[in-house]
Design a protein around this ligand. Structure first.
Ligand code: COS
Length: 381
């Protein structure tokens, strides 16, 4: 077993860290307050190859492995988890699925600009009545000659306002249940396709989240991804990779919480001593560090399995479940270490808590991850 990163992985980690510090950090506090989308940052991330990291160069991507992607996601999310989720959705929920299941036409027309960061993608599975229970898709797609006509609504869509291309799951054959769901790529501006207002969220405030509506929206049949009836499998397989991305996002937040705690505890004085000299603080820091390392090992394991094309869905669920849990815990402990200062915006750690919470909810709640993990074990022969 080798825990060393390759030269290339170290280089990606360093360039992500440098970019995050130089280009993201200066505006992250302001964007959290104003909830403004980081247009310029995302454009630059695209130019540097961070929006299509795992896509092959022939399809416009950087051709890197999942470990490199995890390293980059940690560095971006350490500084700004909103940027992290925008990047994660484009990379793992949109580009990965299109490369794996798209036709040559789809790859040339849509994947290449997405992988180069010239266009932005969104992934639309959730509905008002189909969140965790994702098999109950009410959005319908009815075949009409060379088109499908979509009607329905999607909820909680990251990049919902700013995306150019949307992967939308819809029912093509109600009688077949989740085997009657299909995936379509829909371009922004298609008649009958609209979006709701930007949600006013607790955290990851500068990423945009909104609902989508489809009213007799005509989609050409070439934009069906994979086959009719394969939409639920597409969503699940894509989410398995997405969960590694969210685990990395959570790790970034947890690491930021630890770093802030170490720094503050060495500066803050109480009872005639810096608080880092008190065992109560030392134990909190030790606990945070152990949990972060354990979460990192789970996440790298899932990424390594994916890179070696082995089964990784259970490990991805474990990585997301644990990383998101310890991100919330680390942010809470960071606030406790900062005392009153932790409760105000100036010291950043209150944002870490607000940003961390969503990692226990999106791309499958913690409860769903436990279902996935336990079913994998119970179904094992
Ligand atoms: N990877 C691949 N396939 C998966 C899977 C995974 N992680 N989880 C479930 N599946 C497959 C099952 O193998 C089954 O396939 P077949 O019917 O072809 O055998 C199918 O999906 C349905 O699974 P199941 O019978 O277990 O259905 P349930 O409704 O009981 O459970 C869950 C499905 C809850 C696991 C699924 O709906 C889910 O993951 N929900 C969360 C969705 C989510 O992450 N939403 C976030 C949206 S993006 S922010």
């Amino acid at each position: 077993m080798n825990f060393d990163l390759t030269e290339e992985q170290l280089m990606i980690q360093e360039s992500a860290r440098d970019f995050a510090q130089a280009e993201i950090a200066p505006t992250s506090v302001q964007r959290d307050i104003s909830a403004e989308f980081p247009y310029d940052i995302i454009k630059k991330l695209g130019e540097l190859g961070f929006m299509g990291m795992m896509v092959s160069p022939e399809n416009g991507g950087a051709g890197l492995d999942t470990i490199s992607y995890v390293l980059a996601m940690i560095e971006m999310s350490k500084v700004d988890a909103s940027v992290g989720v925008i990047m994660s959705v484009n990379n793992s929920l949109v580009c990965h699925g299109l490369e794996k299941y798209g036709t040559d036409y789809i790859k040339q027309t849509y994947l290449t600009p997405l992988a180069k960061g010239e266009k932005l993608g969104a992934f639309a599975l959730s509905e008002p009545e189909a969140g965790s229970d994702a098999t109950k898709q009410k959005t319908m797609a009815d075949k009409d000659g060379d088109y499908y006509i979509l009607n329905g609504m999607k909820n909680w869509i990251t990049n919902g306002i700013n995306a150019d291309y949307y992967l939308v799951m819809a029912t093509t054959d109600k009688a077949k249940g989740h085997h009657g769901i299909s995936t379509f790529l829909i371009e922004k501006g298609t008649p009958g396709f609209g979006h709701g207002k930007k949600e006013d969220k607790l955290g990851i405030r500068s990423s945009d989240t909104c609902s989508l509506t489809f009213e007799n929206c005509r989609v050409p049949k070439e934009n069906l991804i994979w086959d009719e009836g394969k939409g639920f499998s597409f969503a699940m397989n894509t989410l398995n990779g997405g969960r590694i991305g969210i685990a990395a996002q959570a790790l970034g937040i947890a690491e930021a919480s630890l770093q802030a705690s170490v720094k503050y505890s060495k500066e803050r004085k109480a009872f005639g001593n810096t608080i880092s000299n008190f065992q109560a603080i030392q134990f909190k820091i030790a606990d945070m560090a152990v949990k972060i390392d354990a979460a990192k090992l789970l996440t790298f394991k899932a990424a390594a399995l994916k890179d070696s094309e082995k089964k990784y869905y259970k490990e991805a669920a474990m990585a997301k479940l644990y990383s998101s849990k310890i991100a919330v815990e680390a942010a809470l402990e960071a606030i406790q270490i900062h005392g009153g200062y932790g409760y105000v915006r100036e010291y950043l750690v209150e944002r870490y808590l607000r940003d961390a919470k969503i990692t226990e909810i999106y791309e499958g709640t913690s409860e769903i991850q436990k279902m996935v993990i336990s079913r994998a074990l119970l179904d094992e022969k």
